[in-house]
Design a protein around this ligand. Structure first.
Ligand code: NAP
Length: 315
């Protein structure tokens, strides 16, 4: 439902943001549909990500003031109200300054996927300069961000995509090798590029194929798992532990405010340096949120692959 609600008033350490852009994430649709049950306010506004201008601050706010341009994520879940509105109140712990020269659309679109990519690469996989990382789903919201961050951190990047155009877009973002997963032999092409295996495998699809991944991982390889709540795949225990590999699963929304802020510091630096750019598929009016959710669901869960990146909405 799209309609009017009173403008919220910031209290304590809350900030009132006049929203200029928000972005859709698959989790917004899971929460809205009830697929991921969460404790939520009523009435509930969907959405995790936002960018805009501070309009007022609560009495205990120390980091932000009226007129600051800010972005943030991790709203619309765990009891917190969502962001798809003209005005949002969020605790200041979840908000970061937008670097000069970076648009609100970019800042909103990079928010959740940027924090996710950073947590996975830095906290979980401990990516080192020179590592080879394989990103299964390099054309998506998360994958396109992981490609750019991994490059910024000095990795060699292999990414998959569902069409030649999307593979080309992965190369443009910095992938050293982009594979069309529908027409090319992933094992053969990857083994040629990385004969000893890949150091990190980042899985973005909801049905991981462990047989393939474990065979392509290098000794001491790390695998990132962050999608597919329903998935119950077969796991090749022997080859995995003998190679000394490790599995790292996580959800970004469970990271602490301090952990997320550390991600935001690097994200802001890479945005300012032009090393990171959100891949925006399309911009829509906020009144078309229902249509945007349907599109995101069809593309991510229905695997139509209609989208190539983020949907941004403007109030
Ligand atoms: N754990 C967390 O904290 C966290 C955070 C963010 C997202 N997620 C989850 O991560 C997943 C990806 O999110 P997203 O925002 O990146 O979604 P997205 O933008 O829809 O991207 C999905 C990606 O999967 C690729 N793909 C689909 N089928 C594939 C296949 N058979 N082989 C290889 N790649 C395939 C798509 O490629 P083509 O379009 O080129 O076909 C696309 O690159 C979602 O399930 C989301 O819920 C989790």
């Amino acid at each position: 439902m799209y309609g009017e609600l009173p403008t919220p008033t910031p209290t304590g350490s809350q900030v009132l943001v006049k929203v200029d852009a928000v972005a859709v994430n698959p989790i917004d649709t899971y929460i809205r549909s009830g697929m991921v049950p969460m404790n939520l306010p009523n009435p509930f506004i969907v959405g995790c990500d936002l960018a805009g201008v501070v309009e007022a601050v609560g009495p205990n706010v120390t980091h932000h003031k009226k007129g600051d341009r800010v972005w943030g994520s991790n709203q619309g879940l765990l009891g917190r109200q969502g962001t798809f509105a003209e005005h949002v109140v969020a605790d200041e712990i979840w908000l970061y300054r937008i670097p000069e020269g970076v648009s609100d659309e970019q800042a909103a679109a990079v928010a959740l996927v940027g924090i996710t990519a950073h947590l996975g690469l830095v906290r979980e996989a401990k990516l080192q300069k020179g590592d080879i990382i394989f990103i299964n789903g390099g054309s998506g919201g998360v994958g396109s961000t992981v490609i750019q961050m991994a490059k910024a951190m000095g990795a060699r990047v292999v990414a998959t995509a569902g069409s030649d155009e999307k593979a080309q877009a992965c190369r443009k973002l910095g992938a050293d090798l982009a594979i069309n997963y529908k027409t090319q032999d992933i094992e053969a092409v990857t083994k040629k590029f990385a004969p000893v295996g890949v150091n990190i495998w980042w899985e973005t699809t909801r049905e991981p194929n462990f047989e393939r991944t474990v065979s392509l991982l290098a000794p001491r390889g790390r695998m990132i798992l962050m999608a597919g709540r329903e998935a119950r795949p077969v796991f090749p225990v022997g080859p995995f532990y003998v190679k000394g590999c490790s599995l790292h699963g996580f959800v970004m929304f469970a990271a602490s405010p301090d952990e997320q802020r550390m991600c935001a510091v690097d994200i802001n630096r890479w945005l300012a340096e032009g090393k990171l750019q959100a891949k925006i598929d399309r911009v829509m009016p906020l009144s078309e949120t229902a249509k945007a959710h349907k599109l995101q669901e069809e593309s991510t869960v229905g695997k139509t692959g209609t989208l190539a990146g983020k949907i941004v909405l403007k109030p």
